[in-house]
Design a protein around this ligand. Structure first.
Ligand SMILES: O=C(O)CCC(=O)C(=O)O
Ligand SMILES: [Fe+2]
Length: 331
C-alpha cells in the first residue's frame, strides 16, 4: 500500500512542520500527493461541478459545435484513446485554456459563458495553488523560490489546460475488457491539480477508479475530503532531470453501485509559458537521470516517456509531444 501524503499548503508556504521535506519525499517516490488547506472554497468547487454537469448535459449537436482544435474544445466518448485504438476511454471532456481569461467567446458554450467570471476565478485560484507548490519544490531543490514560478504567468500564452471530464455511468453493453475510464498515461506539463467530486453517500468506501502505478503495481487514489490531488507531470520531471517523478496513472471502471453513477472531475494542467526555455535544473541534489549530449551535440534527457531536448521552449515541447500522439490523444 502506498500512502499518498496529505500536505497542508499553509505549512508548505511557511515551511513549517517538515511540509517541504514531506513534499520532496513524495515527489522522489511517486510524484502524487494531496494538498489540503488550499483556500479554494467549497462553493466555488461546487459551482464548477454544476457548470460541468450543465455543459455535458447539452445536446450532442451543441457540444459538437466545439470540436477539439489546438487542444481546446470537446472530445466525445471514445475519441481519446490514451493507450491504443483497442482500448476505449469511456469518458467525454471539454478543454479550455488554463488562463481562462484567454478563452475566446467562440470556444465557450453558453452554459460556461454565463459563469465566465467564476470559472476564471477558479482557474486563478488553481494557478495560485500550483505556484505555491512550485515554490516549495524549488526551495526543496535548493533553488531560489521563483525558479519554476517565473516561467508560469497567469494570462500569458501557455499549453496549460483547464479540463472538465465526465465519465458516464457504465451501461451493461460496455465490454469491460476493451474499456477503461482513462487509459494509462502520464501528464505532459509541469503540475496537475485534480478535483474529484466526493463519492455519493454510502459509497465512500468504494475506490473512485483513479490509480497510480508505483513499482509495477496499481494503487488507489481515493477522493479525500477538502483535498486536491496534485501530481508532478512529465515536463517538470525532465526539467529536474528526474529528481521529481511523474507517475503513470489511469482510471479503471468502477466497482459495485458506482458503476451506475457518472464520475465528474475537473483538472488543471499547468504548463510553462509558451516562450519559456527549459534548461536542466541547477540543483546540488544529485539527479537520477542527468542530461546528456546526443551525437549532434544537443542536450537531451536520459530517461522518460518520450525523447526530450533541453533548451527548447514550453511551446516547442508541447507540440512535439502532441504530434507524437495521434489525434491529440493527450494533453
Ligand atoms: O479524472 C481523473 O481522475 C484523472 C484524469 C487524468 O488523469 C487526466 O485527465 O490526465
Ligand atoms: Fe492524467
Amino acid at each position: 500500500m502506498v500512502d499518498f501524503p496529505v500536505i497542508d499548503l499553509e505549512n508548505l508556504t511557511s515551511q513549517r512542520d517538515n511540509a517541504v521535506e514531506k513534499l520532496m519525499a513524495a515527489c522522489a517516490m511517486t510524484g502524487f500527493f494531496y494538498v489540503t488547506n488550499h483556500g479554494i472554497s467549497h462553493q466555488i468547487i461546487e459551482k464548477i461541478f454544476t457548470v460541468s454537469r450543465e455543459l455535458f448535459d447539452l445536446p450532442l449537436e451543441v457540444k459538437e459545435k466545439y470540436p477539439i482544435m489546438d487542444n481546446i474544445g470537446n472530445m466525445r466518448i471514445g475519441q481519446e484513446r490514451l493507450v491504443s485504438m483497442d482500448l476505449i476511454d469511456y469518458k467525454e471532456s471539454f478543454n479550455f485554456p488554463s488562463s481562462f481569461n484567454l478563452a475566446t467567446d467562440d470556444q465557450l458554450p453558453s452554459t460556461i459563458k454565463e459563469s465566465r467570471k467564476e470559472t476564471e476565478n477558479f482557474t486563478r485560484a488553481c494557478h495560485a495553488v500550483g505556484c505555491k507548490v512550485l515554490r516549495a519544490l524549488a526551495i526543496g531543490l535548493g533553488l531560489e523560490a521563483e525558479h519554476f514560478v517565473k516561467g508560469h504567468t497567469y494570462g500569458k500564452a501557455s499549453g496549460g489546460i483547464f479540463r472538465l471530464l465526465r465519465y458516464p455511468a457504465i451501461p451493461e453493453s460496455v465490454d469491460p475488457v476493451s474499456t477503461v475510464r482513462a487509459g494509462s498515461h502520464s501528464d505532459y506539463g509541469t503540475l496537475t491539480l485534480l478535483f474529484q467530486e466526493p463519492p455519493p453517500a454510502g459509497s465512500e468506501k468504494i475506490a473512485s477508479g483513479l490509480q497510480v502505478n508505483v513499482d509495477d503495481s496499481w494503487h488507489d487514489v481515493p477522493s479525500k475530503k477538502d483535498c486536491i490531488v496534485v501530481n508532478i507531470a512529465d515536463l517538470l520531471s525532465f526539467w529536474t532531470e528526474g529528481r521529481l517523478r511523474s507517475a503513470v496513472h489511469h482510471v479503471i471502471l468502477p466497482a459495485g453501485e458506482l458503476k451506475n453513477t457518472p464520475r465528474y472531475t475537473a483538472v488543471f494542467f499547468m504548463h510553462p509559458n509558451s516562450d519559456h526555455i527549459i534548461e536542466p535544473t541547477p540543483s546540488a541534489i544529485p539527479a537520477p537521470f542527468p542530461a546528456k549530449q546526443d551525437k549532434d551535440g544537443h542536450l537531451v534527457a536520459s530517461f522518460g516517456p518520450s525523447p526530450f531536448t533541453y533548451k527548447q521552449t514550453g511551446k516547442e515541447y508541447l507540440w512535439r509531444r502532441l504530434n507524437l500522439t495521434y489525434d491529440f490523444a493527450a494533453y
